[in-house]
Design a protein around this ligand. Structure first.
Ligand code: NDP
Ligand code: OXD
Length: 306
C-alpha cells in the first residue's frame, strides 16, 4: 500500500524529504517507480497532467497539495468515488495574511506608484488604514485569516460568502448582498475557490459596483478575472489599479498585455506556497485514517467543488 505523488512541476525533492520522516506511509513518484495501480491508496497532486488518474479508477483518496482543488475537477479522469482532500494549514494562512496586508499597505501609501516613477519627486496624498474598507470575496479559511489580521492592523473588514458568518471583527455578507458589499469595498481581495459559480466573477459588472478608485487584489485564481474588463476599468480610472498573483495562463507570458500597465502589479503565484514540512503531517494523519477506515480531514465537497 502506498501514496503516489504527481506534480506538474516535477518538484518532488522537498516533498520526498518531508515524507522520508514517516516510513509508515511509503511514497512513490510516477513514472519513475514501477508499481501495481491497485496498491495505490492515495494520490497526492499539484496540477497533475490531464489523464493522470486514468490508471487508478478505484483509488480511495486524492489530495490536492495546495488549498485549491480546481485543478482536480478540471480533469475528466478524476475517479468518480475517490474522496477529495485539500491542504488547510497555519503556515499557508499566515503567508496569505502577510501577502495581502503587504499589498494593502503598498497601495494606500502609493509605493507601487513611486516604484515606477523613481526619477521624479512627486509627493502624493496617502491614506491611513483607518480610512479604508477592505472587502474579501470568500470568507473561508484564508479569507477569515486575512480579514482577522487586516482588522487587527486597523482596516475595516467585510467578507462575502455563501453562508452568513458570525465573526466579531468582520462584517459578513452573503450571496444576495453582493451589491451592498461591493459598494463599500475600497480594496477588494479575491479569495474565492474557482468553481462554476465563481469563474469570471471579477468582471466589468462587478468592477462598476465598487467605489470609484477601488483597488483589486486577486490571490485566488486567474480564471476569476476578466482581464479585458480589468484593463478597461483601470484605463478609464474607475479602478486605481490591481495586484495580481494568479493568471489564467501560468507562467504569464513575457509579452502578456497585463504586463504593460504600471498600475497592475504582477507576482508569480507566490502569495502562499504549500510548505512540505508543515503539510506532510496532515497528509500522514489522513493516510492513517484511510487505512483505519476513518473519515478523512479537510474533505472537499464534490458538489460544491470546494
Ligand atoms: P475555503 O474553501 O476555505 O473558502 C472558500 C470561501 O469562498 C468560503 O467562505 C465560501 O463560502 C466562499 N464561496 C465559495 N463559493 C462561493 C460562491 N459561489 N459565492 C459566495 N461565496 C462563495 O478556501 P480557502 O480560503 O482555503 O482558499 C481559497 C482559495 O485561495 C483557494 O481555492 C485557492 O484558489 C486560493 N489560493 C491561492 C494561493 C496563492 O498562492 N495565490 C494559495 C492558497 C490558496 P462558505 O464559507 O459560505 O462556504
Ligand atoms: C493553492 C495555491 O491553492 O498555492 O494552495 O494556489
Amino acid at each position: 500500500m502506498s501514496i503516489l505523488l504527481v506534480r506538474n512541476d516535477n518538484n518532488y525533492k522537498p516533498w520526498l524529504k518531508a515524507f522520508a520522516k514517516h516510513p509508515e506511509a511509503p511514497v512513490i513518484v510516477t513514472p519513475q517507480t514501477q508499481h501495481n495501480p491497485e496498491d495505490i491508496k492515495m494520490i497526492l497532486t499539484w496540477k497533475a497532467p490531464a489523464g493522470s488518474f486514468t490508471a487508478y479508477p478505484q483509488v480511495p483518496a486524492i489530495g490536492s497539495l495546495g488549498a485549491g482543488v480546481d485543478h482536480l475537477f478540471d480533469d475528466p479522469s478524476l475517479p468518480k468515488d475517490a474522496v477529495i482532500t485539500r491542504v488547510v494549514n497555519d503556515k499557508l494562512s499566515g503567508d496569505m495574511q502577510e501577502f495581502v496586508l503587504a499589498h494593502c499597505l503598498n497601495h494606500i501609501k502609493n509605493l507601487n506608484i513611486y516604484a515606477t516613477t523613481q526619477n521624479q519627486w512627486n509627493p502624493l496624498p496617502y491614506k491611513r488604514v483607518s480610512d479604508i474598507r477592505v472587502g474579501i470575496l470568500g470568507l473561508g479559511t484564508l479569507g477569515q485569516a486575512v480579514g482577522g489580521l487586516l482588522n487587527k492592523v486597523g482596516f475595516t473588514v467585510m467578507g462575502w460568502s455563501q453562508h452568513k458568518k458570525n465573526i466579531a471583527t468582520i462584517k459578513s455578507y452573503t450571496t444576495t448582498e453582493l451589491d451592498l458589499f461591493l459598494s463599500q469595498a475600497d480594496i477588494l481581495v479575491c479569495l474565492l475557490p474557482l468553481t462554476e459559480a465563481t469563474r469570471g466573477i471579477l468582471d466589468k459588472e462587478l468592477f462598476y459596483k465598487l467605489p470609484q478608485g477601488a483597488y483589486l487584489i486577486n490571490v485566488a485564481r486567474g480564471a476569476h478575472l476578466n482581464e479585458e474588463d480589468l484593463i478597461e476599468a483601470i484605463n478609464n480610472e474607475h479602478l486605481s489599479g490591481a495586484a495580481l498573483d494568479v493568471f489564467d495562463q501560468e507562467p504569464l507570458p513575457v509579452d502578456h498585455v497585463l504586463r504593460k500597465f504600471s498600475k497592475i502589479l504582477i507576482t508569480p503565484h507566490v502569495a502562499s506556497v504549500s510548505n512540505p514540512e508543515s503539510v506532510v503531517p496532515q497528509i500522514i494523519e489522513n493516510y492513517k485514517r484511510l487505512i483505519a477506515g476513518k473519515a478523512l480531514l479537510n474533505v472537499v465537497s464534490r458538489e460544491q467543488q470546494y
